[in-house]
Design a protein around this ligand. Structure first.
Ligand code: AMP
Length: 653
């Protein structure tokens, strides 16, 4: 399997065009270091607690290594649960609540209550189009490859911002319990997350005021929590079976010499305990004579059924029968019936396990350990079926809701230098990336990446017939390149004349074991390419690196706002250009009034471009989209029907 660090973002980015040749020089020290920084004081500090965070789809939690007994522990307030529901509620005044309090509004204020934001991280609307009905809140459909935005009230939020609210809540919780500032964290992500999703998670951490030392794969963290991989001599193949509320993941890992390699992943992003609850509801509804339509009409009754079904499911993990009542109607469920209801779901997970083994080139007998993750693995039938499938007893001693966060805390402890033998690899202290349209920093190798390391991403041209592209390489954590440090700049010339957006320029970064960065740009259709080596000569001091990190956290909010504004302006420019082109090409297919209304909407958008208000720009983009979409669809339909009837057409889209 390709290592994730080399995954290529589906999206195309547009680069500025400018032709100046200048290459700056850096040292190995700058590119490679092992560093820890206390964000509150700005100084190097090794003692501060680093927390491990499981930023989950349904629930999130934070864990630490207990300073006294050195054991990982999930943080909770007194008797409450360690789990914080990953739900965010916005009230009329724009006040934000997170967790249990927010969860209460899921039914009553669905448009204002955001859940499952993890499913949107690093995604464009096109990525989630088929599942858009799953989200009860408004996910903006701008029909493009740009990253999704969520509307609550008259404000637009990115998944990064929303995740940062959850992380902030966890940070506060940890600070309240530990009575000390918490500024450094390890955050877990699914093994299949691509680099855009990993970067989005890092950005969310930064926005929450956290220095994210490492993004760790969830199955790696879960294995660590069972002590797997802590002995460097040991080499094992592990299957991590993760069945939560709404998602299922199976990952096959090879652990050798303290390095965790993901051999394969499989799963179903819409399969989990919620489906079990629904199966119980359907069964009871069938028995009580209530129709599905009635349930749909009476949201409160439906909610009572769902809650009671979940209660029954949990109860049956340790009992053989469940009896209760819903609004006076008795309900009953035996473990046997429950198992019959969920069998098809269990079978589906086993199909995924088979596929994952096949992709890893392994058979069940090659698996040494099976680790259970996620609340739903408490169901006895799951443990039995998975144990039977792999022919081994599964690891289920650690709380499956907490196991990932506990593992993240172990990784955090290792990074804090408390377990010196392990995983101390050379790393990049600052992120490396290139400048994209609007002066934005696009990170290819995030800070704290192991070296040697490589990464690549595809970009495209901004103008028709553009024959060159300037590649400017930057180092740093800020969102705008002007705030980072320029390392090199070169031109890729000789791109054959093509319409804007057609050339595919792959930019690859490679840091070799000596910490020397080489950057290559290659236009894939024509094969023209150019490489520059950023050679070591003079360096940044530790203090300078620290300052750059500190600045990135301190300015995270304004950086995020500037980025969002630049992105909205770029999107606005693009939509104004394509809509104007559409109007001139298809004038004969539109009425004078339609053309006028569209031109007005373009003019309104143009007028707010320099307002500096990204919500207003976004709103006007939406307005223009809403006006032009039906015309575009109609012109498309007309074009198709004309082609179908054998006639040629005048306009084009
Ligand atoms: P997670 O997404 O990992 O937080 O898992 C949450 C899911 O685990 C929900 O569907 C819960 O209903 C389910 N769950 C939690 N405890 C139990 C239990 N004791 N038995 C069965 N399912 C459970």
């Amino acid at each position: 399997m390709r290592p994730f660090s080399f995954s290529i973002r589906k999206q195309f980015y547009r680069l500025n065009v400018n032709f100046t040749d200048c290459i700056q020089i850096i040292t190995k020290k700058e590119v490679v270091a092992k560093i820890g920084i206390n964000i509150s004081t700005g100084s190097l500090q090794k003692e501060e607690i680093i927390v491990g965070i499981d930023l989950g789809t349904t629930n999130s939690l934070v864990a630490i290594i207990h300073p006294d007994n050195k054991q990982p522990v999930a943080l909770k307030e007194h008797d409450s649960s360690s789990l914080v529901p990953s739900v965010i509620h916005f009230d009329e005044q724009g006040n934000i609540t997170v967790g249990n309090e927010a969860k209460r509004f899921l039914v009553t204020e669905p448009q204002q209550t955001i859940f499952s934001v993890k499913r949107l991280m690093g995604k464009s609307y096109n990525d989630i189009r088929e599942r858009s009905s799953f989200f009860t809140y408004k996910v903006i459909d701008d029909n493009t490859e740009s990253l999704v935005k969520i509307q609550a009230g008259n404000k637009f939020y990115s998944p990064v911002e929303l995740s940062s609210y959850i992380l902030k809540e966890l940070k506060h919780r940890a600070e309240h319990i530990l009575k000390t500032p918490v500024t450094r964290a390890v955050i877990t992500v699914p093994a299949y997350f691509n680099d855009a999703q990993r970067q989005a998670t890092r950005d969310a951490g930064k926005l929450a005021g956290l220095d994210v030392l490492r993004i760790v794969n969830e199955p790696t963290a879960a294995s660590l929590a069972y002590g797997l991989g802590l002995n460097k001599e040991e080499s094992k193949t592990v299957a991590v079976y993760d069945l939560g509320g709404g998602t299922f993941d199976i990952s096959i890992l090879r652990i050798a010499g303290g390095i965790f390699e993901v051999l394969s992943t499989n799963g179903d992003t819409y399969l989990g305990g919620d489906d079990f609850d629904q199966a119980i509801v359907d069964y009871w509804v069938g028995q009580t004579g209530i129709t599905r339509e009635e349930l749909q009409l009476h949201k409160q009754v439906a909610q009572s059924f769902r809650l009671k079904a979940e209660e029954a499911k949990r109860f049956l993990s340790t009992a053989n029968a469940f009896t209760s009542e819903i609004a006076g109607t008795p309900v009953h469920l035996t473990r046997e019936k429950f198992e019959e209801l969920i069998r098809p779901f269990v079978d589906r997970t086993i199909v995924c396990c088979t596929k994952a083994l096949k992709d890893a080139g392994l058979s069940v007998t090659d698996i040494d350990e099976i680790v259970m993750v996620g609340g739903t693995t408490r169901v006895p039938l799951i443990k039995e079926s998975i144990g039977q499938f792999f022919g081994k007893k599964v690891h289920d001693d650690v709380n499956p809701d907490e196991v990932v966060a506990l593992g993240a805390a172990i990784q955090a402890d290792i990074l804090a230098g408390n377990n010196k033998d392990l995983l101390l690899l050379d790393i990049t202290p600052l992120s490396l990336g290139i400048e994209t349209m609007g002066g934005l920093m696009d990170i290819l190798i995030p800070r704290n990446s192991k070296i040697p390391s490589k990464a690549g991403r595809q970009y495209t041209t901004q103008k028709d017939g553009q024959s060159g592209m300037r590649i400017s390489v930057f180092q740093g954590e800020r969102d705008l390149v002007k705030d980072n440090r320029k390392l090199a700049e070169f031109n890729l010339t000789g791109i054959p004349g093509m319409p804007a957006g057609l050339p595919k320029v792959e930019v690859s970064f490679l840091i070799n074991a000596d910490g020397i960065l080489s950057v290559t740009a290659k236009e894939l259709r024509s094969g023209v390419s150019q490489t520059v080596e950023v050679k070591p000569q003079y360096g940044l001091t530790d203090a300078e690196v620290e300052k750059m990190l500190l600045d990135s956290i301190t300015h995270a909010k304004e950086d995020m706002q500037s980025r969002a504004l630049v992105e909205a302006q770029t999107e606005a420019k693009q939509i104004m250009e394509t809509t104007s082109q559409f109007l001139s090409r298809n004038a004969s297919l539109l009425s004078t009034e339609e053309i006028e209304v569209t031109q007005n909407a373009i003019a309104v958008l143009n007028a707010v471009m320099e307002s500096g208000n990204k919500d207003m720009i976004q709103e006007k983009i939406e307005a223009l989209n809403d006006i032009s979409r039906p015309y575009a669809e109609r012109v498309m339909d007309q074009a198709i029907s004309k082609v179908m009837s054998g006639k040629s057409i005048k306009g084009s889209i």
